[in-house]
Write a protein that binds this ligand. Sequence first.
Ligand code: BYC
Length: 472
Amino acid sequence: MSIDYSERIPNNVELSGDRRLQRALEAWQPRFLDWWKDMGPEGAQAHDIYLRTAISTDTNGWANFGYVKMPDYRWGIFLADREADRSIAFGDNKGAPAWQEVPGEHRSTLRRLIVTQGDTEPASVEQQRLLGKTAPSLYDLRNLFQINVEEGRHLWAMVYLLHAYFGRDGREEAEAMLERHSGDPDKPRILGAFNEATPDWLSFFMFTFFTDRDGKYQLASLAESGFDPLSRTCRFMLTEEAHHMFVGETGVGRIVQRTCELMREHKSDDVRALGAIDLATLQKYLNFHFSVSLDLFGQEASTNAANYYTAGVKGRYLETRIADDHKLTDATYDIFGLADGQLTTRTVPALSALNERLRQDYIDDCARGVLRWNKAIERTGIPFELKLPHRAFNRRIGAFADVRVSPEGKVVSEAEWNASVGKWLPTDADRAFVQSLMGAAVVEPGRYAQWIAPPARGINNQSADFAYVRFN
Ligand code: BYC
């Protein structure tokens, strides 16, 4: 479905046919832009950036690249096409026509999910606002800004739903999205990982690999929703999300490649002396970002998750491709937990284990990415393997929040934890070292910082020395 760019708010939802909604969103638009200028990428608002803008919501709609100043990016409201006769695929309402309006009994549940989802989007922009100053290349700088503008659009997606379907409290929630801020002690963002700092590019690439991947799994579950406008907006958001994870996977992959090249060339493990990031430090950052992202899936046993599913508002990953009754009233699932201070599994009703099931889908997906990094390490002949830590390691939410567990999955005492945590998670000194590598942004086309390899190919097949950003 093509997008109408002649409107003040580009959209494919016939916004001009609903004057009240249009006016309400047009009143929110300048507040969003003020927020973007205050909390978005610092010092970069006047640059011309080679950005991709969707012209339609089908697969070819993305092939539209051109120079744009970020505040002029056409943020708007884009929903995937409506599927004729779509029905609810799971829960008590399975088989009923998908809802085009919010059912009264599920209003607060849906609002809560939409607000939680929406809150993460501006949070990530806030977390990444200073990274442009230390970009390792123009290619990376452009990718950062592409991600930032798309997260801004994802906020628009959720704000549209709040305004269009939740009346006055929806409008209030939309305002609050711009009032909470990442890491703000008084008004923090809702979920833990979105209050962590993203102070350097290694953190950024780990974040886009691990935390954006939570986005993929949560959005995919919401794309199954019986509330059709939520499903349609999440389906289109998922097409944007794929590029963010690509940036994370290739970003970490390029750092790994550079490190291994230097190790081989200099026959030394001490790549820090050569201005690169050693593999042990990469492993510690991986441990941190994986464990923090696992918390985003919530409690292992969750009545909230069971209620979302039974109500038909949040499904499983690829719900319609699963061969079962899609009600799960009699099904069971094994979840990890703790008994007598030891890690164990227990069987619980599948409905209460839906967060854990989604977490498992996510872990499997992360493991595939780590395997690809390890294959690249193997090709360089360096005997090293990156590993995902145990799911119980360094958790703050769920069954393992109050216990210390090693990356191998062994319960350890507080003293053992304190003695080893510096080997498992980045220390202040590690973070200071990584940040010390992040010098002034590399702005010469085709050049890359010492600690990262160039990408295999350019964006939109551009040449290696393409000027992805023009500075003004
Ligand atoms: N931090 O029963 P539970 C993305 C709370 S990322 C703080 O397990 P539920 C993106 C929970 O709220 C995707 N609190 O909860 C990525 C509950 O509170 P109450 C974001 C947490 O609801 C990169 C209590 O603990 N989307 O898009 O089943 C860049 C009990 O927990 C946390 C979504 O998250 C936490 N980590 O599960 C940009 C989708 N975890 O009721 C963007 C929408 C749990 O006791 N959200 N709590 O006050 C959800 O589906 C659910 O809210 C959650 C939590 C899966 C997050």
